[in-house]
Design a protein around this ligand. Structure first.
Ligand code: E4P
Length: 218
């Protein structure tokens, strides 16, 4: 499963990317607002830091506006993935942009029916939001399972499932178990995935025993 950082924080992206821990980046208008930076500047910087897809979202609600914005976004770099909302206009723009050869990510997906239409529109990725469904007492993980089953029924559908709005290590493990193609999550969650109390405890013991040997490898 590919791991994407869901952030516009270039420092965090650089840190994770240098360690080879991420395969791409997703942003959204709220994350750009949080960065306090110009969307095109930050997108350009991120695209130069990672080889994989970098999703940047259009902000217009209508097809014509989306297409104009998409042309500007697509110009940033070859690894740009144009993010579009799961609306009638967003799906229409997705189809047109896919035909033009661009990578697309249809976002704000909350149902299997929506995911089917995103695939029909030729989306490179569909982003079902796990955490936001959990927030309203629905089962976000179950949605990933259902979309996986439906897509697997129709091998001609090439859209990849990008599990989004992940909040916990358990979310990540479960979507990987289901077979999501990719998962996007905050940088802090990727860092949290590294640690386990038994790893810390084990390492402490090894270091103590090693020091007692008085040896040095170098
Ligand atoms: C997906 O691409 C979105 O940027 C993101 O995962 C939303 O997550 P949130 O629900 O934590 O805002």
């Amino acid at each position: 499963m590919k791991i994407f950082a869901d952030t516009a924080d270039t420092q965090a992206i650089g840190h994770l990317s240098e360690a080879g821990l991420i395969d791409g980046v997703t942003t959204n208008p709220s994350l750009i607002a949080k960065s306090g930076r110009n969307v095109l500047d930050v997108a350009r910087e991120i695209c130069a830091m990672v080889d994989g897809p970098v999703s940047v979202e259009v902000a217009s609600p209508d097809y014509d506006g989306m297409m104009k914005e998409a042309a500007v976004i697509a110009d940033i770099a070859a690894n740009i993935c144009i993010k579009l909302p799961l609306t009638f206009d967003g799906l229409r723009a997705c189809r047109a942009l896919t035909h033009q050869g661009h990578k697309t990510n249809v976002t704000l997906c909350f149902s299997v029916a929506q995911a089917l239409l995103a695939a029909k529109a030729g989306a490179t990725f569909v982003s079902p939001f796990v955490g936001r469904l959990d927030d309203i007492n629905l089962d976000g993980i179950e949605l990933i399972s259902q979309i996986r089953r439906v897509y697997d029924n129709y091998p001609e559908l090439k859209t990849e499932i990008l599990a989004a709005s992940l909040r916990t290590r358990n979310h990540v493990a479960r979507v990987a178990g289901i077979g999501a193609d990719a998962a996007t999550m905050p940088a802090a969650l990727i860092e949290a995935m590294i640690s386990h109390p038994l790893t810390d405890k084990g390492l402490e013991g090894f270091m103590k025993d090693w020091a007692a040997t008085g040896q040095s490898i170098l």
